[in-house]
Design a protein around this ligand. Sequence first.
Ligand code: IMP
Ligand code: MG
Length: 172
Amino acid sequence: MKEIKTLITENEIQAKIKELAKVINKEYSKEELYLVCVLKGSVMFMVDLAKQLTVPVKMEFIRLSSYGSGTTYSGKVNAVDIALPNLSGKNVVIIEDIIDTGHTAKFLVDFMKQNFKMKSFKFCSLLDKKIKREVDIDADYYCFEVDDKFLVGYGLDMDGKYRNLPYIGYIE
Ligand code: IMP
Ligand code: MG
């Protein structure tokens, strides 16, 4: 196991998630909300966020293929596993772990809008690497802006490892 330097602590993550949940609870008040978790990296974030929500929540999942192995980008994005119900007429929030170049987020936004006439649609990302953006896209909600470092932990992986860390770090 390589040495991981902590960038964002477990307490910092949980505190931000509580703040974000307050905003979302206010915004949707008593309306039903569908959280669409982008597997696998966003699982931790969605679960912790959902626990802080007081609006009626439903949880759905979508799996994409984008990154190859390690830290290199493979280019194309595809929805490889779509088990979504009909989300037309629903309030939907996509839950992502990180927006990096923005290609994945752009794909998701287009995909959701093409397939469903949603009542409302927002994009929520735990992390935002704004400095790396190649596509003009912004999150409606995000918790932390981060620098151009390859991050692991709290859902983020390197070759499938480190997702279970309760904090976010980087390998030096
Ligand atoms: P984008 O299409 O370049 O915005 O990349 C988005 C996806 O790449 C995210 O959903 C992550 O799965 C992955 N990714 C981007 N940056 C990192 C990182 O620093 N650590 C781990 N995964 C990352
Ligand atoms: Mg991801």
